[in-house]
Design a protein around this ligand. Structure first.
Ligand SMILES: [Zn+2]
Length: 285
């Protein structure tokens, strides 16, 4: 009888164990915020997550995990990545760590691709960007926010005014970019390891993005560079530094070459505090 009971308990434990393995250990349900998960582009996001984890190489630290995949056991260090539909999200909420869950990354699927299309292959002078490689960089940036314990997005809100004012929020964004850049640089230095190859892929994609940004600035905004136009060189809004400046800064932190330094310096030289009005008649005395 005792033997039978033992067998029964063992069977129950096995069944419970199997059941746990099939249950995603989600910390947070986005439906609480009226958000809907999307099943699109899961493979692409999984590739990006794998790249970001390989580069970050946090053996006992944070690990990005697709929210839709079951995990065997939790370490408490999972950072769940959710793909969301655009309902109830603003256009600027493309990718962010939500205030309600500091170990979650929300990615708005269609918005990410709309955003990327602005900078990729738009015209003959632009280079085609790989979505998962650019996303891997954005995930590393978000991982920086997770380390900071801050909730914040990766890009600025639109329709805000141009300024060069330093804000606490911009400092947080710079720190997240620096975190991502330091991880890429460190991984790239591990010659012969797979993380070095992965880091190189992100490095190349960031160089292409930088090229595209300058091509768009020079071709789509002809003349704007010469007159140091605010809409090209200043920050749009008070939460994030200028996007091209951020990418040039990250490139310089990662590669630390004379070229990357000069490209950054050249851009910074255009950030001048001059009045919008270029010509004004002398006042009548
Ligand atoms: Zn951010």
């Amino acid at each position: 009888m005792i033997l039978l009971k033992c067998l029964l308990y063992s069977l129950i434990l096995v069944l419970v164990g199997c059941n746990n393995q099939d249950t995603p250990a989600k910390q947070f349900d986005p439906a609480q915020l009226g958000l809907i998960e999307s099943t699109l582009n899961r493979l692409m996001v999984e590739q990006a997550i794998q790249m970001a984890n390989t580069i970050a190489n946090e053996a006992n630290g944070f690990q990005l995990v697709p929210s839709w995949q079951p995990i065997k056991s939790t370490t408490g260090k999972e950072v769940f990545v959710y793909i969301l539909r655009s309902e109830n999200l603003a256009k600027s909420e493309m990718i962010f760590v939500p205030m309600e869950c500091k170990q979650c990354v929300f990615l708005q699927n269609s918005d990410f691709h709309d955003w990327l299309n602005k900078y990729s292959d738009k015209q003959n002078a632009s280079l085609k960007l790989d979505d998962y490689t650019v996303l891997a960089f954005l995930l590393l940036h978000e991982l920086g926010h997770v380390h900071q314990g801050e909730s914040s997005g990766a890009v600025n809100s639109s329709n805000e005014s141009y300024n060069i004012k330093d804000t606490h929020q911009k400092e947080i964004e710079r720190a997240a970019d620096e975190f991502a850049a330091s991880k890429i640089r460190e991984a790239a230095s591990k010659k012969g390891e797979s993380r070095a190859t992965t880091a190189m892929l992100v490095e190349i994609e960031l160089s292409k993005l930088s090229w595209n940004l300058s091509a768009i600035r020079l071709l789509d905004h002809f003349g704007g560079t010469v007159i140091n136009s605010h809409d090209l060189f200043w920050d749009m809004g008070y939460t994030h530094p200028n996007f091209e400046l951020r990418i040039l800064t990250v490139n310089n932190l990662v590669t630390q070459t004379e070229t990357s330094y000069n490209l950054l310096k050249d851009f910074k030289d255009h950030i001048v505090n001059q009045p919008d009005i270029l010509y004004q008649r002398d006042k009548v005395r």
